[in-house]
Every structure is written in C-alpha cells, then in structure tokens.
Design a protein around this ligand. Structure first.
Ligand code: HAM
Length: 425
C-alpha cells in the first residue's frame, strides 16, 4: 500500500495525549455552563456558498484555504470556522421566535488548507461561542472577560487582550476609501499579496506580517476618525464595562482580523510569543450584527469568539491525570477457575464505579504487577488457586507497597469508597 500517513497538517491525538484535551474541553464546558451557554452541534459540511458569502470572497480563508468539493451537483465545504454554521442553524430553525437571546457554544474540528507550522494546522479544533440577540456592548465585555478568565484558568502565561472597533458598515466604507487612496501611490512597494488585497480587501493590509507592508502602513490614516457617534459610544462603553470587570486590555487600532463579517467590536487574545511564535493568537472574535439578516433572518445582532484548542494546549501548563484505571485484576496462570473469578470481580468493581482493568491473558505475578503500575492502578488483586480456595484475595496497595487479605465483597466496598472520596476531593 502507498503512503499510509495522516494528511499533511492533520494530526492524530493518541491516548497518551488525550488527557490534556479532555481537561481543557471539560473546563470549557464548565465555564460556558456557568455563564448560561448551551451547546450547539452543526454539520462539519455546509454549502460552499454559506462560507463564501458570510466570511467574504476576498478573505484568505475563502480565496485559498477552503476544502470544497462537488457532491451530486452541490458544492460542499468542510467548515473552516463555526460562526457561519451557527448563524445558519439559528436562522433555519427560527430560533429568534423562541427566545430573545440565545447563548450557544461549540467545540470541534475546523479545516483550513493553510501552510502548516507550529500551532497552525489544516485540521484544528476550536472552542467557540456565539450570542444572538444582544446588541452589546456589555455582553461583548462579559464574553471577553469569560474567555480571559478561562484562559487564565488553563495556566497560560502572558495572555493579553487586544480590542478595537471597526465601526459600522458606513464607517468601514469611508475608511476603506481613505485607505485605498493612501496606499494606491505606494502600490509598487507593497507585497504581492497586499497588491491584490488593495482592490479586494484593503483593510487586511493593516495586519499583514510582510516587512514591506508594515512599512507602508506605518503612517496610514486610522479608522477612528470615521467612527460614527454611536460606534464611538459603543466602544467607550465596552472599555468601561471591561474596566468594571477588571479585565486588562490594550486598544490596538491596527487590529482588523481576517474575516469580513465583523462590525464594531473586534478582539484577540494572545499568549506569550516564546510559547507559540507567529501563531500566538489563541483566540479571536467580535461583533457581527449583519449576518443573521443577510442569511434571510430578522435583524438580530450577534457576538462571539473562537479559540484554537491546540494553541491553548501548547501554551497551557495544565497537566492531566495519567492513571488509566483505579484497580487491576488478574488471574495468576491460565486456570479456568481463577480467570472466571477475575472476570466476576472486575465486573463487580466496575458496577460499583471503580475503573478496572482485567488482564485475562494469564501471566506471572511480576509481569502482571508491572502492567498494573504502568496503567497507574492504585490497587491490584491477583487471584491464584490458593486465593480461590480460601475466598480471601490479596489486595495490594501499590503506592504504599502494602497488602492485606479480604473477601471480594469487602474489596469492592473498600475500593468503591476510595473512588467516591477521590471523586469528591
Ligand atoms: P479566527 O480568528 O479565524 O476566528 O479563529 C479563531 C482561533 O482559531 C484563532 O485565534 C486560532 O487560535 C485558531 N485557529 C485558526 N486557524 C487555525 C489553524 N489553521 N490552526 C490552528 N488554530 C487555528 C474565527 O474562526 C471566528 N469564527 C471567531 C468568531 C466567532 N467570531 C465571532 N464568533
């Protein structure tokens, strides 16, 4: 068979690594539930048109990164992000008729055909949230604060919140025109990518990483002079709300983000550069007040974020529990009686909530105990003919290097009690 490797930029997560994923996913769910969010699951595939119209034809995501294919004359795309699908579901199910405000969260894989690098993959996972029906800006601040707190809880050093306002549609149109007239005489100096962007998506030139572009935009006009009085008030109120919540932030006038649907609030959270290099943005989001209406729904404002799970994992110092089971049960040798006794004991332990590995291959005591230690079991019960006859099994406490004899019923009761104590501590 040819090359049997995972596709470039797509990674396996093996069982040894999954503990940290579970830790972050659990912490995320707990945080979201604490704030009244509920989970939504939308398809991994959506119509290509959904993404190209919601995210914007001129964006890198739509222009170069989508995995699209034709199926029965329909063009489908693997979701590059979660917002467009969530908004589509919100409109399709007329959720606005059911409640004034909907707070949704999601977690799962996204797909973008980018050049792979540290923290940048072609299949990656996002933890995301969307709030429909609240015009903000207090909710914007509350969600930014929630995310900042969550990132702190993961033990990520140097997290910094950057905010900006990109204004309403009219402000952006005016700014776009001003930027194009400023950059057009400098066109030759811009990077190749940005020369193209000048026509399609000039705002993106502002956050280009190419040195030539950085030089060209250094003295470019700012967007703030174009903000309407209402945009300005929205942004000032956002800052006051963040201050009230005690969330530190920095205003970054050049922050534009790579997706076209935003209006007013934009934000990103970066982690320490030495941890993630160029991909130091662990989360980003903002307000997108036009999307629901553009999809055929009513005028419903919205705000949300997406956080890169792999990037959070790289930056986080959180460690997962490595123990696979609490108890290890095995017959000594390959006799029928001891094997059935081990099977029965393992079943009773599990029924009492004790995570149990039954190793039924029938080995010697030494190698069985080695395996019990590798699996991180706190206790081992190895049943030989003598134990079977007396009805008293040897219960080994592997950490304390101690051993005592007990009936199967007592073993189940004692280990179940220990498990409950551990679970509640
Ligand atoms: P985004 O900034 O494109 O926003 O992605 C959010 C986060 O996903 C990024 O900050 C990054 O941590 C992670 N990410 C993006 N691309 C990759 C990649 N190729 N490899 C690894 N991680 C990646 C959105 O997707 C918006 N939907 C966020 C949002 C929700 N805005 C409003 N609501």
């Amino acid at each position: 068979m040819a090359d049997l490797r995972a596709p470039k930029g797509m990674n396996d997560v093996l069982p040894d690594e999954i503990g940290r994923w579970h830790l972050v996913e659990k912490a995320f769910r707990e945080t979201m539930h604490l704030h009244g969010f509920r989970e939504v699951r939308t398809p991994y595939l959506e119509s290509t048109a959904l993404f190209s119209s919601a995210i914007g034809e001129g964006t890198d995501v739509v222009e170069k990164e989508m995995y699209s294919f034709a199926h029965h004359k329909e063009s489908l795309t693997l979701r590059p992000e979660g917002t467009a699908g969530a908004a589509r579901a919100y409109v399709e199910h007329k959720v606005h008729n059911q409640e004034p405000v909907s707070k949704w969260y999601y977690l799962g894989p996204m797909f973008r055909g980018e050049r792979p690098a540290k923290g940048r993959y072609r299949q990656f996972s996002q933890l995301g949230a969307e709030v429909f029906g609240d015009p903000g800006p207090a909710i914007d601040a509350e969600v930014i604060d929630l995310l900042y707190g969550f990132i702190g809880r993961l033990g990520i050093p140097g997290a910094e919140v950057l905010i900006n306002s990109i204004g309403s549609e009219e402000a952006r149109a005016a700014y776009r025109a001003a930027l194009v007239s400023y950059l057009t005489p400098l066109k030759e100096k811009l990077s190749e990518d940005s020369q193209r962007r000048l026509e399609k998506n000039p705002l993106r030139i502002l956050d280009s990483k190419a040195p030539a572009d950085i030089e060209c935009v250094q003295d470019a006009p700012g967007l703030d002079v174009h903000l309407t009085a209402e945009d300005r008030k929205h942004f000032d109120d956002l800052k006051r709300s963040l201050d009230a919540l005690g969330t530190p932030y920095r205003v970054e006038p050049r922050l534009v983000r790579g997706l076209d649907y935003y209006s007013r609030t934009l934000f990103e959270i970066k982690a320490a550069k030495e941890l993630l290099g160029a991909g130091d943005t662990v989360a980003g989001g903002g307000r997108y007040d036009r999307m629901v209406e553009a999809m055929g729904g009513p005028k419903v404002p919205a705000f949300g974020f997406g956080a890169g799970l792999e990037r959070l994992l790289i930056a986080s110092s959180a460690q997962a529990e490595t123990s696979v089971v609490d108890a290890f049960v095995a017959p000594l040798g390959d006799g029928d009686g001891v094997r059935l006794a081990a099977l029965r004991l393992a079943k009773s332990l599990r029924a009492a909530g004790v995570r149990t590995e039954a190793d039924l291959r029938g080995g010697g005591a030494k190698s069985l105990l080695r395996r019990a230690t590798t699996l991180g079991a706190a206790h081992a019960i190895i049943i030989g003919d003598r134990e079977l006859e007396s009805g008293l099994y040897a219960l080994k406490d592997l950490a304390a290097h101690a051993q005592r004899e007990a009936t199967p019923e007592d073993i189940v009761r004692d280990l179940a009690l220990l498990r409950t104590e551990k679970g509640s501590s």
